[in-house]
Design a protein around this ligand. Structure first.
Ligand code: FES
Length: 87
């Protein structure tokens, strides 16, 4: 599990092993637009301000993934204990 923090509110939520970031955000009233929910379309792209992404998508290039400044919360996760999202 890892935590996500919402930059605008400072609120922190835990993402368990069997749930996605999108599911946790939605359960807390934070809606991020999604479409494919499989890391293909890029609709859900969200900026990451802190933490290390665990990219699971097929949308970004390797260079974009290495920049670690955005991720696809429908399927991607965190390698660090916390990701701070620009939401
Ligand atoms: Fe398509 Fe996340 S909804 S990449």
């Amino acid at each position: 599990a890892f935590d996500v923090q919402i930059a605008s509110s400072g609120k922190r939520y835990t993402v368990g092993a069997k749930e996605t970031v999108i599911q946790v955000l939605a359960a807390n009233g934070i809606d991020v637009l999604t479409s494919c929910e499989q890391g293909v379309c890029g609709t859900c792209i969200t900026r990451v301000l802190e933490g290390e992404c665990d990219h699971r998508d097929m949308y970004f290039t390797d260079d974009e993934k290495a920049k670690n400044d955005q991720f696809t919360p429908c399927c991607s996760r965190a390698k660090s204990a916390l990701l701070v999202l620009d939401l």
